[in-house]
Structure formats: C-alpha cells, structure tokens
Design a protein around this ligand. Structure first.
Ligand code: PMV
Length: 315
C-alpha cells in the first residue's frame, strides 16, 4: 500500500512580524510550490527519507526534538496509534528553505496528511493546524500561527493571534470575489525566521513605544487590505503594500537585496511591492496584472532575483 499527500507554500501579503504581537495579518497559499509526502508499506521499521536534505533515518533513531519526529508522534497520538507503521515515509519539496514561503509548516502538514491517510483517516484543518503549530514552535520560538493556519486550510486567511490564553486566535477564511496576481521573487538569501523574529523582539523591548506604533500601523494596513480584498477591489492594494514595506524597513527587517527587487518591481509597473515573511532575505512580492506580469518578471530577474513565481490569489 502507498498513499501520498501534498501541502502548498504560502506568502504573507500583509502584517508579518506585527502578527506575532496580536495585530492582524493576511496570508495566502501558493500552489506553484509544494511538499509531497508518500507513505509506503515496507517490511522494515518506520523509515524517513527526506530527499532534499539527503537524509534517511529510522524514526526510532530521531532525536525527541527533531521536527520530523515531533509531527509523526503527534499524528500517532491523535489517531490513537500505539506504534509507527512498518513503512517508509518519503518527503520531497519544491519550497526553498528559510525563504518565507512556509517550507517548515508545509513539510509538517504534508507528513501529517499522508500518515493519517495511511491509517485511513483524514485530519480536519483545525486539528492539522494545531499539530503543525506545535512543530513550528521548535523552529521559530514564538510563531504567530499564521503559517500553519494558511497551509492547513489552503485558503487565503485573515489571521489575528490571541496573545493571552483566554483570547483565542481569530481565523477568517477570506472571500476573494476578484482574484488577483502576485509575483513572488526570491533574493536567494536564506534568512531563518527565528533570527529575524528574535531581533524584532529585542528592539521592541528596547523601544516599546516606537515598535508598538509600527505594529499598529501594520495592523491598520492589514485591516484595510482585508476590506479591499473582500469587496472585490484588490487592484487598489498596491499603495498598502508600499506602505507596509516602508514600515518593515523602519523595523529593520528589509535588506539591500529585498529593497532592490521591490524598487525594480515598482519601476517596471507593479502597482505595489513589499518583502514577504520574516525579511532580511527570502522572498518579496509584487502586485501585477496580466498586462504587467511579463515586464515585472523580467525586471525582477534583471535585478538579481533567483526565481520568480506568479500566483493567483483566490479562494
Ligand atoms: O516563516 P516566515 O518567514 O514567513 O515568517 C513568518 C512571519 C512572521 O510574522 C515574521 C513570524 C510569525 O510567526 O508570524
């Protein structure tokens, strides 16, 4: 027996970093990149092959804090299975690591889906998202929960983290009556989320009033963007993307490579552009149309982008 499952990548459209501090943010799935997990029956004990990492290991040999081991253990627990199956789990991914496209959350999501399917079960998005969040905590320290949410639901989401135990996170699956196109360009600079999030925290601790004001502004932008998207006016999002990028620059999470690509996209006719995700490297996004997509792509590649993907944001 062999079963497979996939999980998409993601982009943050508005509100990264501020979302960790309880402000709203918007993210969307990116189906052009994905993780695939396959579980195939085998005579040997449970073995994990992570093709991109060139890793083959027995589940029983994994360190207790290894993210691959943690998600497997959570799935077995949730399904009430006492032992891992005699099978091989193979994972392959087209999502670059540490680039703001949600690679970690997508790996966990695809594994959880495939393993559950192997036991004849389908995990609902809320359960899946909760399990993936547990793993995200190992990668990130203080994840907001937006990555696991958008990847588990595979829908654009408006997300607000509950900052206290008694205050649950708000997840609103977005209505997108008018789909819109986003070009995603990779700086080629790997940037671990944990480091950027940690730096912002240190600065926030040192300059609370200033950073609280940045977060408030990001939250207002995300809220405004949410109304534009839901009311079918996505082509007006450009200035909000530019504003959001400006605030992220002030927060110290942009980089010369990101700024160069953002500028190139705007000059080539994108209606707006910003970094996406933790920043410092990774990917930036630009609002394009059928008419501007080609020229913006070319400008991004000329300005040093390693790869450009165009995705359509839709339900
Ligand atoms: O995983 P990334 O690089 O897309 O970053 C996630 C966005 C942050 O807001 C910076 C962190 C978080 O947990 O929301």
């Amino acid at each position: 027996m062999s079963v497979s499952a996939t999980a998409p990548g993601k982009i943050i459209l508005f509100g990264e970093h501020a979302v960790v501090y309880g402000r709203p943010a918007i993210a969307a799935q990116v189906n052009q990149v994905q993780v695939k997990a396959t579980v195939e029956q085998s005579p040997t004990e449970f073995t994990i092959r992570a093709l991109n990492l060139n890793r083959t290991e027995l589940y029983s040999d994994l360190d207790l804090s290894d993210p691959l081991g943690v998600i497997i253990r959570l799935v077995l627990q949730t399904l009430g299975e006492s032992a891992a199956p005699r099978a091989t789990l193979t994972i392959s991914s087209s999502i670059p690591i540490a680039s703001g496209l949600g690679s970690g959350a997508a790996v966990s999501t695809a594994i959880a889906r495939a393993l559950a399917l192997y036991f004849g079960e389908e995990l609902d998005p809320a359960t899946l998202s909760r399990m993936v969040y547990e793993v995200e905590r190992i990668y990130h320290g203080t994840p907001s929960g937006i990555d696991n949410t958008v990847i588990a639901y595979e829908r654009p989401v408006y997300f607000k983290r509950g900052v206290h135990e008694s205050d649950p996170s708000t997840i609103r699956l977005l209505d997108v009556p008018v789909p819109f196109r986003i070009a995603i360009a990779d700086t080629g600079v790997a940037s671990p989320t944990k480091a950027a999030v940690g730096d912002v925290r240190r600065k926030w601790e040192a300059e609370r009033a200033e950073y609280e004001a940045y977060f408030d502004r990001c939250g207002e932008i995300a809220f405004h963007a949410y109304h534009l998207i839901e009311s079918g006016r996505p082509f007006e999002l450009g200035p909000l993307m530019n504003d959001n990028h400006h605030v992220l620059q002030r927060m110290g999470v942009s980089s010369p490579e990101l700024d160069r690509l953002v500028e190139a996209a705007r000059q080539a006719g994108a209606a707006g552009a910003k970094l996406s995700g933790a920043g410092r490297g990774g990917n930036m996004i630009a609002l394009v149309t059928e008419a501007t997509e080609g020229i913006v792509n070319e400008a991004l590649l000329n300005a040093g982008a390693r790869r450009v993907i165009v995705t359509t944001v839709c339900e």
